[in-house]
Design a protein around this ligand. Structure first.
Ligand code: 7TS
Length: 415
């Protein structure tokens, strides 16, 4: 059992953290984009390729059976991780984006019509925005936005007004990838339920960092990406209530998603395989199982506690800097470990570049949230985001680098 508080020992599991950038130790604060991978995940990947690489669900030979067991084993682990009633409800996709697109194609296209409303928030990632916008264009439906208040939190009074019997689905992020705002899903879920609407949760940022139970949230769909939670790229998850998934047609047709095919007719496979046409990303799904094991072993409550400690410490120090603006909730309890900031007069890209010279990896730009940037009245922000292997010492170093960056950049700007 890993001790979540023993960050030193956790860091030893992540070979990349030994890396130097221009001779300086890497400080990786770009976890909202993608997380780093522990040896346990890397080993699971190479072990599959070195020892039992084969296709699944079809071969009768030993290696194919081993691969099928490991692949389906990850599905069971994920079902437990999100407290799903059945692993039949867990569908592997390429990423969270694809999972949302499946809901739009296979549920939305058949259940949304002219005059219907789809409710999202103004802080959605483009992935939970553009597919719904396109559906609205195609169907003559209306996209309705719950705005954020001046405090960076969702305006729940507005949500109450906007979610009505015209609403067919409420699709919201669990945590903003820009401001870290944690959404009260219980309130929104209840409003959706009261109005007979479906409820989709974009857990791309929430599931890697917060304990998440689909039964507690009482949502209809939950999507997330394994690459943001210690797993490899190329694996996303669509969880949906069985009775809904049962009624939805597949998005892709071909091999593996069928139960029988004749010249005249094809019968589709049962859940979850009817949504997994073709050879899936076997290796990365298997390695994703090791990522789930790692997080389970730490305990998601502990992951949250560690990040809260880092965020509290970082915000305290950052807010002492003159001309520092942090977007979103100023109370760390109301947000995840994501801090978006700007220094007056400094372009966030310049900030990102100069921090990189100190070995610090952050992201700068619109973070695939252009509507939110408009609401905030900025072109972009610099963003630091934390995970289980980050430390208070790294934050000290980061804050020192911010002070230096501000001096250098403002000096350049004044010349
Ligand atoms: N939803 C949210 C809330 C996200 O933050 C992201 C990715 C996605 C969906 C899409 O995930 P994908 O795995 O399908 O690409 N967010 C970010 C980010 O903040 N920086 O890089 C990717």
């Amino acid at each position: 059992m890993k001790n979540w508080n023993d960050t030193k020992s956790i860091r030893k599991d992540f070979p990349i953290l030994e890396r130097k950038i221009d001779g300086k130790p890497l400080i990786y604060f770009d976890n909202a984009a993608t997380s780093q991978k522990p040896v346990q995940v890397i080993n699971a990947l190479t072990n599959y390729y070195e020892n039992y690489n084969s296709n699944i669900h079809r071969g009768l030979h030993t290696m194919s059976e081993e691969a099928t067991l490991a692949y389906e084993g990850t599905r069971e682990k994920i079902a437990r991780f999100i407290d799903a009633p059945s692993e039949r409800e867990v569908i592997f996709t390429r990423n969270a984006t694809e999972a949302i697109n499946i809901v739009v194609e296979s549920w939305g296209k058949h259940n949304i019509g002219a005059g219907d409303e789809i409710v999202i928030t103004s802080m959605e990632h483009h992935s939970n925005f553009v597919p719904w916008q396109k559906l609205c264009e195609d169907k003559g439906a209306r996209l309705v936005y719950i705005e954020i208040g001046a405090d960076g939190n969702l305006d729940y009074a507005m949500a109450e007004r906007l979610i009505t019997n015209k609403t067919k689905i409420v699709a919201v992020t669990q945590m903003s990838n820009v401001m870290g705002t944690v959404v009260d899903l219980k309130i929104l879920g209840k409003l959706a339920r009261l109005n007979g609407a479906k409820f989709l949760v974009d857990g791309a940022q929430g599931v890697p960092h917060l304990p998440t139970s689909v039964r507690e949230i009482d949502c209809d769909f939950l999507v997330f990406s394994m690459h943001k939670m210690l797993g490899p790229t190329g694996v996303g998850v669509l969880w949906g209530k069985e009775e809904l998934l049962d009624l939805m047609p597949p998005m892709l047709y071909g091999g593996d998603m069928i139960s029988s095919v004749t010249r005249e007719k094809t019968t589709v496979n049962e859940l979850p395989w009817k949504f997994e046409a073709g050879t899936p990303n076997i290796a990365d799904v298997i390695a994703s199982g090791a990522a789930i094991d790692y997080l389970q072993n730490l305990g998601m409550q502990n992951v949250r506690a560690h990040e809260l400690e880092l965020t509290r410490y970082a915000m305290d120090a950052m807010l002492k800097l003159p001309s520092m603006k942090i977007y979103g909730p100023q109370n760390p309890e109301l947000k995840g470990g994501v801090i978006s900031f700007n220094y007056e007069g400094i372009h966030p890209h310049d900030m990102g570049q100069i921090l990189n010279e100190s070995g610090i990896a952050i992201r700068a730009g619109h973070h695939c949230c252009q509507p939110l940037m408009k609401t905030l009245g900025v072109m972009g922000t610099a963003r630091a985001s934390f995970y289980i292997y980050n430390t208070i010492e790294e934050i000290d170093f980061f804050v020192d680098a911010l002070i230096k960056a501000e001096k250098v950049l403002n000096y350049v700007a004044c010349r």
